[in-house]
Design a protein around this ligand. Sequence first.
Ligand code: KIV
Length: 263
Amino acid sequence: MRLTVKAVFEKKKKREKIVALTAYDYPLAKILDDEGIDIILVGDSVGMVLLGYDTTMPVSMRDMMHHARAVSRAVRNALVVADMPFGAYSEPAGALRNAKRFIKEAGADAVKLEGGRKIQTCIKALIQAGIPVMGHLGMTPQSFTQLGGYRVQGRSVHEANSILKDALLLDKLGVFAIVLECIPSLLAQKITRRVKCPTIGIGAGPATDGQILVLHDMLGFEGHVRPKFVRRYAALERIARDAVKAYRQDVLAGKYPSKDESY
Ligand code: KIV
């Protein structure tokens, strides 16, 4: 059985760290699930990581549904969260329609939305309809132009207070967790202490209740910018390049396929 949002919520009380990663396809989601990852996020980062976009803005519901379905097919144990893409929650009725599609048609357990006060009517509508919601505050990539690019948020007192205010509101509305992206560790610690729901940090220091990273970043695909919080746990791009190079050389030299590899 998949982990429930209630079980995720309770991990905070038990002081158990929550381990989350993104996934966009069946084979990698299966590895994450087999290895005990608690939350698998089908992030709209898929746009930059797999689809070749410069930002997450062009990612559509169609893209997200395609990837959420593939991930859902693989996952038995983790909680699957689908990211609502830019434009999919401009007003409550649309938000509800799109979130329901993730749950009913793609097999996701919950959805994630970026923002606080500005999207509170959408979040309220989803929670009232029984759809578990994960919040996302700080550096929210869908508003990167308004935020002045990909930069740490909450460094000024004004920004920090605004993020704290949003976190308190999301907690009150009943989100089951909040992603805190690229904010100072001290602010993340303060929010984590003040909210009942777990916080999941990405570039938010060690005090949050859990951590999340973009899978391809931590596996060592070098495709896009590498923020300082990303730790490389593997060098898969290097391995893939070496394998492709070796295959090419073998084909050119007539060394592949061998007799044993032929019928
Ligand atoms: O889309 C995504 O991958 C995310 C994570 C960075 C939290 O929102």
